[in-house]
Design a protein around this ligand. Structure first.
Ligand SMILES: NC(=O)c1ccc[n+]([C@@H]2O[C@H](COP(=O)([O-])OP(=O)(O)OC[C@H]3O[C@@H](n4cnc5c(N)ncnc54)[C@H](OP(=O)(O)O)[C@@H]3O)[C@@H](O)[C@H]2O)c1
Length: 208
């Protein structure tokens, strides 16, 4: 058996099954990629909502979901420390920070870009900022539009993780744009008050 045949497939989880969690789940369903979803609730309580989106969405507990290789953080910014507590060490995991720190002051972030602040909570993990600039209603739609692919902005301090998530974004049908590190690119796609949304929630499409 070759090394690639021997490799176990990457596993995915979405933490949070609200507007954005469901839109992300839909993107996975569209491409037939299995994904676990978790909230603070008993998975049984959102089983029918998961089934309504499609096959391959597995409602589970937070403790089970964080066993995945790639974890999409689709909770309110304020909830990220609770999710981070689910594991003592996030080594080997890639966390995709989809949160927008609306209304969180720079002082509260210790002067850091919000993604760096989130990264600190996930000790040992590799964090990629992304998927956060599209409103849920847009993220929910098929990214193949008008003969092009909807653009996703990604940033990370880990080049390997950035490439990994760019690959996943491609597999989900998006056109990823790598913006560099969290302090540069991450800051570009960070929520900045009420006007930011109008500037960044654009219908950006890449034509190949
Ligand atoms: N909505 C948008 O258009 C949009 C666009 C871009 C980015 N975002 C960002 O995406 C994030 C999610 O937004 P949303 O609109 O999807 O919020 P939402 O509808 O309020 O959903 C939040 C989800 O997070 C879950 N959750 C909260 N604390 C949790 C915990 N400790 N462990 C596991 N799950 C937990 C909630 O589950 P329970 O039901 O159990 O509480 C709920 O399913 C936010 O950071 C937001 O800024 C949103």
């Amino acid at each position: 058996m070759s090394r690639s045949e021997n490799k176990i497939a990457t596993s995915y989880a979405i933490i949070g099954f609200g507007h954005i969690g469901k839109a992300l789940a839909n993107a996975f369903v569209r491409k037939g990629i299995e994904v676990s979803v978790a909230t603070t609730r008993d998975p049984e309580s959102f089983k029918s909502e998961a089934a309504a989106i499609g096959l391959g969405i597995i409602p589970t507990t937070l403790a089970e979901a964080v066993k995945a290789d790639v974890i999409f953080l689709a909770v309110r910014f304020e909830s990220h420390p609770d999710v981070a507590k689910a594991l003592p060490d996030w080594q080997g995991k890639t966390i995709v920070d989809v949160t927008n720190a609306y209304g969180v002051s720079s002082e509260k972030l210790g002067g850091l870009p919000s993604a760096k602040f989130v990264a600190q909570a996930f000790t040992g993990g590799k964090l990629v900022k992304g998927f956060n600039h599209l409103i849920a209603a847009i993220l929910d739609q098929d990214p193949a539009v008008h003969g092009g692919r909807r653009v996703l902005f990604l940033a990370s301090d880990d080049d390997g993780a950035l490439a990994e998530i760019a690959g996943i974004a491609e597999n989900l049908g998006f056109a990823p744009i790598k913006l560099g590190g969290l302090s540069e690119g991450g800051l570009l796609v960070q929520a900045h008050g009420n006007t930011w949304g109008k500037l960044i929630f654009q219908d950006l499409i890449k034509f190949d």
